[in-house]
Write a protein that binds this ligand. Structure first.
Ligand code: F1P
Length: 351
């Protein structure tokens, strides 16, 4: 529930009414950002999902190739770093051992520069990176990341604009994103106001053992993050798929015992997503769809539909994760698990 406030903190001093300010990235940044020809993102867990969303943004808005990999793979594999690569590590704690090791390895291979998107000042990743983009979310008590995730995304959208401006993004397009960012705390507030509705829905999950999360485009990593939240704190097995992959296997899992959760903002992928959801419904699946209030999903109106306010396209991932966080929270409370300290997990994985 702190998320509207910490998102404001994350944006403070980094945007004007219409522009992303270069000072947001530190004094050394302008010259480095001018030279970026490729981006490599490395992270773990929830922070990896921020990276996955950012790939969609950087390739769409900045037209720069962007790779994302979990640090535990990157650090041990034979990697090839493209010319003039900006390596971005994303980490709440700044101490995750795999991410740190991956950064050190990439530096040895030769980079244009490294940047960390991090929440803890003075942490190892902050000390060892050329540039730091602090998320300013304040201490996160629970093991499962929530406000760290939404502030990472907020900071990474600013970075996307900074790179896009250098690659032909028009002033009007920049202003459109910055205007949207000014609305973000209010939109997150509205999403949080869905809490009572989601609490009610959560009761339908208490006896479930498995679940499937679906999204398309940048909402696929949001489906992944929703699934991670549910398994981390409620111990319900959850998997996420890009909705178009259903027919390549997971559709075989669909029956009345498998709740299917979908994130369905109003964008150019909605029609395709809805046709995937209709396939699920036709096979007896029970759907929980988080959708834009202005869209009429009449073919799905016998399912569980939760309406969200219309959100500017660039902000959809940041706003739509909120109901999924709330869902996991309420399911976990109902199941009596320790929401802040789930079994077998540590806040910071330093070994
Ligand atoms: C990565 C992470 C978290 C997760 C848990 C274990 O940490 O996977 O996303 O919620 O706390 O570690 P970090 O590198 O973002 O600190």
């Amino acid at each position: 529930f702190e998320q509207p406030t910490v998102i404001k903190q994350c944006l403070e001093g980094r945007i004007s009414a219409t522009k992303v300010l270069d000072q947001a990235f530190g004094v050394k940044a302008a010259d480095i950002l001018d030279q970026v020809e490729a981006v490599q993102i490395i992270a773990c867990g929830t922070s990896y999902h921020s990276g996955m969303v950012t790939k969609y943004w950087i390739e769409k808005y900045a037209g720069i190739p962007c790779q994302v990999e979990v640090a535990s793979e990157f650090r041990y594999r034979h990697t090839v770093i493209a010319k003039n690569t900006l390596l971005i590590t994303i980490s709440q704690s700044g101490e995750t051992a795999d991410t740190l090791a991956a950064l050190r390895k990439a530096k040895e291979q030769g980079l244009l520069a490294s940047m960390t998107v991090c929440n803890v000042p003075g942490s190892s990743l902050v000390r060892e990176s050329d540039l730091c983009l602090m998320t300013n979310a304040g201490p996160e008590i629970g093991v499962a990341s929530t406000k760290a995730f939404t502030t990472q995304l907020t900071a990474l959208l600013l970075l996307t604009v900074a790179l896009a401006k250098r690659n032909g993004m028009s002033e009007a397009a920049e202003t459109e994103i910055v205007t949207a960012l000014h609305q973000l705390p209010g939109l997150v507030e509205k999403a949080l106001a869905l809490d009572p509705v989601i609490e009610k829905i959560s009761q339908l999950f208490a006896d479930k053992h498995h679940s499937l999360f679906l999204g398309r485009g940048p909402m696929y990593p949001i489906a992944q993050e929703g699934a991670l939240k549910l398994k981390e704190i409620s111990y319900i097995h959850a998997e996420a798929y890009p909705a178009g992959e259903l027919k390549h296997g997971p559709l075989a899992l669909v029956d009345e015992d498998m709740p299917i959760i979908a994130v369905a903002p109003k964008n150019d992928l909605l029609e395709k997503l809805v046709s995937n959801l209709e396939e699920v419904k036709a096979r007896g699946g029970e759907l929980f769809v988080f959708a834009d209030e202005s869209v009429n999903l009449y073919d799905l109106d016998d399912q569980h539909l939760v309406s969200l306010p219309t959100v500017p396209c660039c902000l959809e991932p940041i706003v739509y994760i909120i109901p999924l966080q709330l869902l996991s929270y309420h399911v976990a409370v109902l199941k009596g698990t320790d929401v802040d300290q789930p079994r077998n997990l540590a806040k910071s994985v330093t070994v």
